[in-house]
Design a protein around this ligand. Structure first.
Ligand code: URA
Length: 207
């Protein structure tokens, strides 16, 4: 399968896929295609696995509990959700929230490659095991490798990739929360996208 951003994987001006029927099981389970959100010239891109029930119903990535965790960490790192790009490896909700299959990941990869080719970001942050392994093309011990930066290639685009644990992992393990928050802070630092204050505590003086 070609993953080059060619006509086969065309995105519109807002980096959206309007129609796709490559994965029969996902066409059956989705109520819509969930495209990435955020500026079409974002320097910093967060890549998740696939939409869940909330994302499928609202049509936006990371709007459920994981989204709240992500938004809070972004704010604490001096970033605004509106200033970063948030997307997924797979744009349609898998049935029963199962992991996307290897074939579904491959089918959708061209869209992610096209999105990254157009963005040409400073940094890509992979949220969890599935996107980390998909984009690094190897097995990844996410908790151990979180916070580390690697070179990767997605289609024609060379990217700097920062491994991060999935925000959902923080909901049942406080040590993962610390790892998650410090990795998002590192993303802000590496991309130069934060407000430089680190947010949270340092902004208490504003009130
Ligand atoms: N988890 C993901 O990986 N992506 C989403 O959009 C929501 C939850």
């Amino acid at each position: 399968m070609s993953e080059s951003p060619d006509d086969e994987y065309a995105l519109d001006a807002d980096l959206r896929v309007e129609e796709c029927t490559r994965c029969p099981a996902l066409v059956e389970s989705r109520s819509r295609i969930v495209n990435g959100v955020g500026p079409t010239d974002a320097d910093l891109v967060f890549v998740g696995e696939a939409p869940g029930a909330n994302e499928d119903s609202e049509g936006e990535p990371f709007v459920g509990r994981s989204g709240t965790v992500l938004d809070d960490a972004l704010r604490d790192a001096g970033l605004d959700r509106a200033d970063v790009r948030i997307t997924n490896c797979v744009r349609c909700r898998p049935p029963e929230n199962r992991d996307p299959s290897a074939e579904e990941l491959a089918n959708c990869r061209g869209y992610l490659a096209a999105e990254l080719a157009r963005l040409d970001p400073d940094l890509v942050v992979t949220l969890g095991k599935v996107p980390s392994e998909h984009l690094l093309d190897r097995s990844v011990a996410v908790t151990k490798e979180a916070g580390e930066v690697f070179d990767a290639r997605v289609g024609e685009t060379a990217v700097r990739l920062l491994v991060c644990v999935h925000p959902a992992a923080t909901l049942y393990d406080r040590s993962q929360a610390e790892t998650f928050e410090s990795t998002v802070a590192r993303a802000a630092e590496l991309s130069g996208a934060g407000d430089g204050e680190g947010g949270g505590q340092s902004r208490l003086g504003d009130y």
